[in-house]
Design a binder for this molecule. Sequence first.
Ligand code: PSZ
Length: 485
Amino acid sequence: MLRANGIFITKRLLPSVKYSTQIQEPDRPCVKTPMPGPKTQALLRELNSFQQAGSVQLFADYDKCAGNYFVDADGNTLLDVFTQISSLPLGYNHPALLSAFQDEHSLKSMVNRPALGVFPATDWPERVRNVLLTVAPRHMDHIFTMMCGSCSNENAYKAVCFWYRTKERCGSTEFSDEDLKSCMLNEPPGSPNLSIMSFKGGFHGRTFGSLATTRSKAIHKLDCPSFPNWPVASFPRYKYPLECFQCENMAEDDRCLAEVQCLIHQYKCICPVAGLVVEPIQSEGGDYEASPRFFQCLQRICRENGVAFIIDEVQTGCGATGKMWCHEHFNLECPPDIVTFSKKMLTGGFYFKKEFKPPQAYRIFNTWMGDPGKLILLGKVLEVIKNEKLIDLVNVTGQAFKCGLHAMEQEFPSIMNSVRGRGTFLAFNMCTPEARDKLNALLKKNGVLGGICGEAAIRLRPSLIFTPKHVEIYLDILRKTFKEL
Ligand code: PSZ
């Protein structure tokens, strides 16, 4: 039996494979100095002298980081449940990744970084097929690679607008003189009045187009010109525990869906909605989830109104929710039109249906369009996920983690509530924003590097090699920290 803070799970649940978690890593966190420690403070002063370094929490000693443990400049060893904003699939210094460039061909593929849109390597088509397309969402067999999450969304929106205008031109790929002239003045019809709808609390990036759809916090958007006519709808805010509020939460789904429907109609005359972008679990905005039914209905509304349905899996993709893609939990009637990714996928990009392939070359394009080196690493990551059944591990660990958090919620009902999420992609709320910030700071002092989101939530984003053993360590420290609050 394994004990996860009062919750017992039988060993039978654990798949009988050797996990890479058996790679060398510390047994427990070990904090030696106050944080930021003296070396970290000196580095912060140095960096801040030529950069706005106010966001930097710690400097890492990446030579010493191992598995689930982050080691900072002052030698503090922390259990990492935030993993570089949810972007480390296999923890730190995984042997499969450290050895990825040992052969000369892989090394040269990394060193000679091509402009992928014009001079890809001879093995590029095979590599994309053997790596990215093997994990493509069902029936999504087209893909562009990109640099990061923001530019994946940015280019997905462009692909949607090309698709929409091509439909308006009845499939013709000819542009009128008026189109050609007006777009150079940023005016319609060449630069058409079209919009991408997003949700309150959504986060889709910080470049101008993606930022226009980001609605999580004002600080991300302030002082940047934007698209005033891009609509925003409510995203469900559920009451917890879910099983006690089924009717209320279903009514909440319906309220949000009615708003989407209404906005699409309202914007037909103002700035027609070409696409709608949604996170399967709103992450940066506060870890708000929605039911499969909500997503099924949302997709239906999009389809009925000729609106492209874009799912942003930048944070939720690559296994942490217990499926490769979080939207696989939703049993959608048909595949989404576009699925964007980055973070744990190591390269950015987006999967799309054939009809979203731009009619002309060079329209979705930039110099690098991704990086072959990252695809080599991703190939190794996917091999490890498969060989070591890491998605099964996520489900087992996630179950222990969620049970443990529910037990804590009962033990400390006045402090924490609303445990939620899928797989190890979990979160809970603290009673106040201040208590949340204090908890996160104290957790660090006690050896846990964690993340926050929304107003009062703690978000858990361990890598895929987090096991029930790590859950137990986390919950022990959480309990101890609650008593210090
Ligand atoms: O402030 C934070 O906590 C951040 S900073 C970046 C993120 C959260 N997330 C990136 C992100 C995302 O979570 C979703 C759902 N879509 C797009 C992005 C943007 O990706 P990047 O940062 O690679 O441009």
